[in-house]
Design a binder for this molecule. Structure first.
Ligand code: GDP
Ligand code: MG
Length: 249
């Protein structure tokens, strides 16, 4: 259009990183306004990379939810680690999350180091601020600022929505100018089948606690849309016969 100034539109990837259980999926679900990533009290429930898409008149943010960093030798842990590293590589802005209840742990320091090496613009969110006293939050905030590799330090509660507008503003400010990649109605790159499988897996993890760890896979046998309900038949796969017994019991 000759003579008109195109309004600037920011769009890009925000990579969520942080150790398991810091609240990455909770934050993603809050921003998207709909449950697209499973949350759990037990770490490492988000197995594959999930894209959450937030569209505003001035911006489109594509959040990449990643599994947390973990110092563990078993194969799943290693796989999670490599996915999480990939998230930073893909991100225009890195949103590192810290659990304000646990404070800065060794895992967090590893995450911080990786962020620093990546030289990506990065913001630190101190999550679960609702669950700690101000008298503890302030020194923690100072300790984080002392780490020094972040552009902003924002205490939030992803669960209650505290300070989330400010955080979003800081993220969007750092995204590049770009096109609207997805339609405003598209909130995730996950298919309905993938969402259903993840919800079933979440319920399995919830009812079995850590008796059936993360060796759970779900196969959908049948998904039928009836007028008022969605009819789902699924097979749950576990690693060992003992776990099958727990699940059925
Ligand atoms: P992830 O492993 O990093 O994806 O963490 P989740 O989003 O699955 O959250 C782990 C647990 O922390 C869940 O039980 C959440 O309800 C809880 N949680 C997440 N955000 C907050 C928060 O802001 N405040 C409190 N009190 N709990 C939270
Ligand atoms: Mg998660």
């Amino acid at each position: 259009m000759v003579g008109s100034i195109a309004p600037s539109f920011q769009s890009g990837y925000v990579g969520l990183i942080g150790k398991p259980n810091v609240g990455k999926s909770t934050l993603l679900n809050y921003f998207i306004g709909r449950k697209i990533s499973i949350t759990s009290h037990w770490p490492q429930t988000t197995r594959s990379r999930i894209l959450g898409i937030l569209t505003r008149p001035d911006a489109q943010v594509m959040f990449i939810d990643s599994p947390g960093w973990h110092r563990t030798s078993h194969a799943l842990g290693r796989q999670l680690l490599s996915i999480a590293k990939g998230v930073v590589e893909e991100a225009d802005v890195v949103l590192t999350m810290l659990d304000a209840v646990t404070g800065i742990t060794l895992e967090d320091r590893r995450v911080f180091e990786h962020v620093q090496r990546s030289q990506r613009p990065a913001i630190l969110a101190l999550n679960k601020a609702d669950a700690v006293n101000k008298s503890r939050l302030l020194p923690l905030l100072q300790a984080c600022v002392a780490v020094g590799c972040f552009a902003e330090y924002v205490p939030i509660s992803a669960l209650r929505g505290d300070n989330m507008d400010r955080l979003l503003g800081e993220l969007i400010r750092r995204l590049p100018t770009g096109p609207k990649w997805f339609g405003a109605e598209q909130q995730t790159d996950q298919s309905t089948d993938q969402l259903i499988r993840e919800f079933i897996r979440e319920q399995v993890l919830r009812v079995t606690r850590d008796e059936v760890p993360h060796a759970v896979a779900v196969l959908l046998d049948e998904v039928v849309q009836r007028p008022a309900v969605l009819l789902i038949r699924a097979t749950i796969l576990v690693a060992r016969p003992g776990q099958k017994a727990i699940l059925i019991g």
